[in-house]
Design a protein around this ligand. Structure first.
Ligand code: SAM
Length: 381
């Protein structure tokens, strides 16, 4: 079904200087692009390519990402086992721009349903910490489910307001991703409902909220760390415009070039933004993705202090019942597993969890899961 584009959207796009509007519009006669990303926590990409029962071709956005010739069902057993994540191809570019390294502490502030969070987890290779947050409880549950399905052991899943979370964990993270809620213009071809719900005032309302979220995120990053801001919309005020307003507020941040050359340079002139905003990237359908904007920012060093990470879980672990449950678990683990325990076991309500190393202080925050559920202690078993 061909999507019906809102007239005000089409007129705005037509007026943007430097955009080949005819080519842009012609893309809406084609079917949407579909993709998957191999979850390298479960399977090496080259093994997947050799055995996958789907027709695949590589994307320019991510080495583990592929275009699908035909749609693949989320009910496929490999999907259920977390071997791959169904993800729109251009959405894979934001985490490539963030480039988190194993051992780092990473925050994904707007994380549900978890496409980019699970991609960050794969890049961390189980080492370091991923804090992923979603403000809407039902969506946070979906995020948790995807984190579990993909076998991520070093994640904390939160359901918190960005302001509360970022004030608590000031300067804690090496990398922060803000994949902001937006007017979703880049998803019109995939989700005609997004086009039906769009209205002229939506980009301005989204831009105000995006700037607020981005300013919160800026506090959570350590000096010298990397912050990536992304949207799946074409609206200049939500893209170049938000970055420009952010840079005016936060003189300790600068835009950086993105090493992987996907899409095309951003267009500061579309939002009367500073010329440096051209270092951000845009992806249009004719660039091989449904539509994304990605800006990579660095926080300059100014010599302020950060929240110290705890080497182990910071949750209180008191009480003799808790201690004996932990002893039973540790003995059980030693007898039955060969790999060393990654993280610190703790007991909560008769269940044992393994908290990832680097866990920040999370008391008072709405934690849905810290690390891995390991099991339950019943009596002496
Ligand atoms: N990063 C996700 C992924 O790759 O699967 C997609 C995130 S989506 C673009 C934006 C998310 O921000 C949504 O899950 C939405 O519920 C959440 N959100 C909505 N309002 C928010 C707010 N005021 N603060 C933070 N997040 C918000």
């Amino acid at each position: 079904m061909k999507v019906e584009l809102p007239a005000a959207f089409t007129e705005r796009m037509r007026a943007l200087p430097g955009l080949d509007f005819g080519r842009f519009l012609a893309e809406y006669d084609r079917p949407p692009l579909r993709g998957l990303r191999v979850n390298t926590l479960r399977c090496a990409t080259e093994s997947f390519v050799l055995s996958a029962p789907f027709e695949l071709s590589r994307t320019p956005f991510c080495d583990d990402g592929f275009y699908l010739a035909e749609p693949v069902s989320g009910r496929h057993p490999w999907h259920h086992a977390g071997v791959f994540y169904l993800q729109e191809p251009s959405a894979m570019a934001a985490v490539e721009a963030l480039a988190p390294q194993p051992g780092m502490a990473v925050l994904d502030l707007c994380a549900a349903p978890g496409g980019k969070a699970t991609q960050i987890a794969a890049r961390l290779q189980g080492r370091g910490l991923l804090v992923c947050n979603e403000v809407i409880p039902a969506r946070a549950r979906a995020l948790l489910s995807n984190i579990e399905r993909c076998g991520v052991r070093n994640a904390v899943v939160l359901c918190e307001q960005p302001k509360v979370l970022c004030e608590r964990l000031q300067g804690f993270f090496d990398c922060v991703l803000v994949d902001a809620p937006c007017s979703g213009e880049g998803m019109f071809r995939r989700e005609p409902q997004a086009a039906a719900e769009w209205h002229e005032d939506l980009p301005a309302a989204c831009a105000a909220r995006q700037l607020e979220i981005l300013c919160c995120a800026a506090d959570a990053l350590r000096e010298g760390g990397t912050l990536v801001y992304s949207t799946c919309t074409f609206a200049p005020e939500e893209d170049e415009g938000v970055i420009d307003r952010f840079l005016k507020r936060r003189g300790d941040y600068e835009v950086e070039a993105i090493e992987r050359p996907f899409g095309r340079p951003a267009m500061p002139q579309w939002a009367s933004a500073a010329p440096c905003v051209a270092l951000a990237r845009r992806i249009f359908p004719e660039d091989g993705g449904e539509g994304h904007f990605i800006a990579r920012l660095r926080r300059r060093s100014q010599g302020t202090s950060a929240v110290p990470a705890c080497q182990t879980g910071s949750e209180p672990k008191s009480g003799s019942d808790s201690k004996s449950a932990l002893r039973l678990f540790t003995e059980f683990y030693r007898e039955n597993f060969q790999a060393p325990l990654y993280g610190e076991p703790f007991e909560r309500g008769g269940s044992i969890y393994i908290a990832p190393p680097l866990l920040p202080p999370t008391q008072g925050l709405h934690v849905m899961r810290a690390g891995v559920f390991a099991g339950k202690v019943r009596g002496t078993r």
